[in-house]
Write a protein that binds this ligand. Structure first.
Ligand SMILES: Cc1cc2nc3c(=O)[nH]c(=O)nc-3n(C[C@H](O)[C@H](O)[C@H](O)COP(=O)(O)OP(=O)(O)OC[C@H]3O[C@@H](n4cnc5c(N)ncnc54)[C@H](O)[C@@H]3O)c2cc1C
Length: 336
């Protein structure tokens, strides 16, 4: 059923950045409403890699993405923030102090300020150009995300790509998959050096078969059941790898969807912001997390967290124009 909500800040996107923004706003007594197109909170962490460990969250040597989302939820629970899930924000109108957002389900949210934490927008995987791909996608013989590691137990897996996802999954599937073949077109990786060192060690130990320099060439099988993946080297020489599952990790395609039409300044499919405040070119509209860009931006969860704090402080005077904000640590102030 569609709803009409009045709040201080409408947060578009309930990924890690949007979730933490609830906390930072709540600490300043600023109310929020969370809106997400997906049916659950957590953004990419929940939708793409809930069981994958993350190693660069401060104070967590390793934490699975799903656990991180659960802990963020626990952290914002005191603020009892209303959520509109399974609703895509379509329009944004108004000015600072009086914005209105509408969703594809007919909801209206009225807010004094807006935080766009839309990540990669309506994200989707970059697909390899292989014949007959759709039939294999339908059966799960070709998958772009690993939702449950256990689903791959005993399977012969081909991983393709050279970034963090490819390297991390090759490592995470050791002892689970029956065989791991790692296909990449060159011996260089766009992944954390420490993970690449672990991959080298795994290859030396015979745990991962490195198929380099090769590219995906064709899929062989029938009725959506994969029998082998054919790969080609740079001279066109091919070979077959017996496999049950192909995991192509060629990154996400970024599509801002309706957000691109809100009059916000764009820079290569991202929202350009002033780094100190996270404000866009439209006063009262802020952007944080993966969707936001500025010189030196790192697309990391921890960066989204710090942007959430900066945006919350910049928003305080819009919500409380007559009250000066005295900075306090959470340790002295407590939560709520
Ligand atoms: C496989 C993988 C591994 C990763 N590993 C790490 C890692 O180890 N460390 C790290 O720091 N980062 C990692 N990342 C990146 C990290 O997940 C992102 O930086 C992070 O999720 C960005 O958070 P966010 O809140 O900005 O956006 P997202 O997580 O993308 O969430 C944005 C949300 O906005 C919603 N949305 C978009 N448009 C609308 C709209 N119009 N209306 C309503 N909702 C909308 C989307 O549905 C989505 O839920 C990894 C990413 C992937 C894919």
């Amino acid at each position: 059923m569609s709803q009409i909500l009045d709040t201080d800040v409408a947060i578009v996107g309930a990924g890690p950045a949007g979730l933490f923004a609830v906390f930072e706003l709540g600490m300043l007594k600023v109310r929020a409403v969370l809106i997400d197109a997906l049916g659950e909170v957590g953004g990419q962490c929940s939708a793409l890699y809930p069981e994958k460990p993350i190693y660069d969250i401060p104070a967590h040597p390793a934490i699975e993405a799903g656990d991180l989302v659960a802990r963020l939820e626990a952290q914002i629970a005191p603020f009892a923030t209303p959520r509109l899930l399974g609703r895509r924000v379509e329009t944004l109108t108004g000015t600072a102090g009086a914005f209105a957002l509408t969703t594809d389900q007919g909801d209206t949210v009225r807010a004094k300020a807006v935080i766009v934490a839309a990540g990669a927008g309506a994200f989707g995987p970059n697909r390899p150009p292989l014949d007959g791909l759709a039939a294999y996608e339908a059966t799960g013989a070709v998958q772009y995300y690993v939702r449950r590691r256990e689903d791959l137990r005993g399977k012969r897996v081909v991983i393709a790509g050279g970034g963090d996802s490819a390297v991390d999954w090759a490592l995470a599937l050791r002892g689970v998959a029956a065989a791991i073949h790692f296909v990449h077109r060159r011996p260089k990786f766009r992944a954390a050096p420490e993970s690449v060192a672990q991959l080298d060690a795994a290859a030396a130990a015979g745990e991962v078969d490195m198929v380099i320099p090769y590219q995906l060439h064709a899929l062989h099988g029938g009725d959506g059941r994969l029998v082998s993946v054919e790969v080609a080297d740079l001279d066109g020489g091919t070979k077959h790898i017996a496999a049950d599952v192909l995991l192509p990790f060629f990154g996400l395609s970024m599509d801002l969807g309706p957000i691109a039409g809100w009059g916000l300044a764009l820079e290569r499919h991202h929202l350009a912001i002033t780094p100190a405040t996270c404000e866009t070119n439209v006063p009262g509209v802020f952007a944080i997390g993966d969707v936001a860009t500025y010189a030196g931006k790192l697309k990391l969860i921890l960066q989204g967290f710090s942007e959430a704090a900066m945006a919350a402080h910049a928003i305080h005077p819009i919500v409380y124009p007559d009250t000066a904000l005295h900075f306090e640590y959470s340790t002295s102030k407590g939560v709520g």
